[in-house]
Design a protein around this ligand. Structure first.
Ligand SMILES: [Zn+2]
Length: 364
């Protein structure tokens, strides 16, 4: 098992292009070809987590938060991030982060919170935009199935829970091979008319190159006629935050108790409890105050997130109850999510949950 085998699995689940622009998810330290004996899963990377990895013969650490966000100009060891990086490099450890790309997939960080709170009918609070393309191409009808198969295998044609979607119509393709052409059909300087299928498929923007190269290698023509357009459609199953329903409305105090138990909380900081019963619950692991209006617009009774500033609590403004459960507390079960995923995908490697509590915030 190499680093690249592990990162490939993780990236099929939470592709790196789904991370936010400020993020630094991906392989931060190490080489893709490094053989991996064991993986340690943590929320944050600290010197204690590195010690734990070394003690347990894990030479790869997968953390939710990247240890490096911005460029580093010196590795002098006078800052904890520097010391972690030096220690990782000296000990041949691979360091990988799976951060906002895991926030933005349905079954990621927020899916885990929704699962623990037993929420159903989940939808993304703020779907991602500008992530889809439409490809239109034209092929002789006898090649239609071959081309569709190649496009689907390369990742085109998924719409929500539907796979291998396409739209096809039959028409007439006309062309005249000119000097220098080596036509599959027809002959030089003669107008050729061919019964062709027009195929339309949707694809994620980040798979554009793979899909186009699959199209070109499966297509019989020397010059492949196609066009690609950007779509403004939202990608409904991708994006920030989630909203879901409880199976039955719950008195708000009972729900806060349920929240405490489900997320193993000591404290909940919340705005006034404005309604008796709650049913629609919005969640965002980590710093989610930017989603407050989205949660209100979708009719959430309560918004569970973290890192609200004093003045941001006022923005609830009688519309919703904000419940700030703490950044670490909102995301700590992400470790289990990652561990379960890797254990299911990679049977021949030891995957271990970090036992270090990396929460820098203590309560007295
Ligand atoms: Zn976080």
């Amino acid at each position: 098992m190499k680093v690249k085998d592990i990162t490939k699995s993780l990236q099929e689940w939470a592709p790196l292009p789904f991370q936010e622009s400020y993020d630094n998810s991906g392989l931060i330290v190490g080489d893709e070809e490094m053989p991996i004996k064991g993986c340690l899963i943590s929320l944050d990377l600290t010197e204690s987590v590195i010690e734990e990895a070394l003690k347990n013969q894990c030479n790869m650490i997968i953390s939710h938060h990247p240890i490096v966000f911005k460029g580093i100009k010196k590795l002098s060891g006078n800052h904890w991030v520097n010391r972690c990086l030096i220690k990782a490099i000296k000990n041949d450890l691979a360091i990988y982060a799976i951060h906002t790309n895991l926030d933005n997939v349905m079954h990621g960080v927020n899916g885990m919170i929704a699962h623990r709170l037993k929420l159903t009918q989940r939808q993304v609070l703020r779907p991602m935009t500008n992530t889809l393309h439409k490809l239109v191409t034209f092929v002789p009808i006898e090649y239609k199935s071959k081309i569709l198969k190649a496009l689907h295998q390369a990742g085109a044609g998924d719409i929500g829970n539907y796979k291998e979607c396409s739209f096809n119509i039959t028409g007439e393709g006309v062309f005249k091979p000119a000097a220098g052409a080596n036509p599959t059909l027809g002959s030089l300087d003669k107008l050729e008319s061919v019964k062709e299928s027009r195929i339309e498929v949707i694809l994620p923007r980040h798979k554009k190159d793979i899909v186009l190269s699959a199209l070109k290698s499966a297509h019989p023509y020397e010059e492949v006629a196609y066009y690609l357009t950007s779509l403004e459609n939202n990608q409904e199953n991708l994006g920030a935050g989630l909203i879901g329903q409880l199976s039955n409305p719950m008195p708000i105090m009972d729900f806060l108790e349920h929240l405490k138990l489900s997320m193993d909380l000591k404290y909940i900081r919340h705005t006034p409890l404005i309604i008796k019963n709650v049913e629609k619950i919005a969640v965002c692991g980590g710093s989610g105050s930017f989603l407050l209006n989205d949660a209100c617009e979708l009719g959430a009774d309560i918004f569970i997130s973290a890192d609200f500033k004093y003045h941001e609590f006022f923005e609830a403004d009688g519309r919703i109850t904000i419940a700030d459960i703490g950044h670490y507390e909102s995301e700590v079960f992400t470790k289990q999510l990652l561990c379960d995923f890797l254990n299911e995908k990679l049977t021949n490697i030891a995957v271990r949950l970090s036992e270090v509590n990396t929460n820098p915030i203590n309560y007295f």
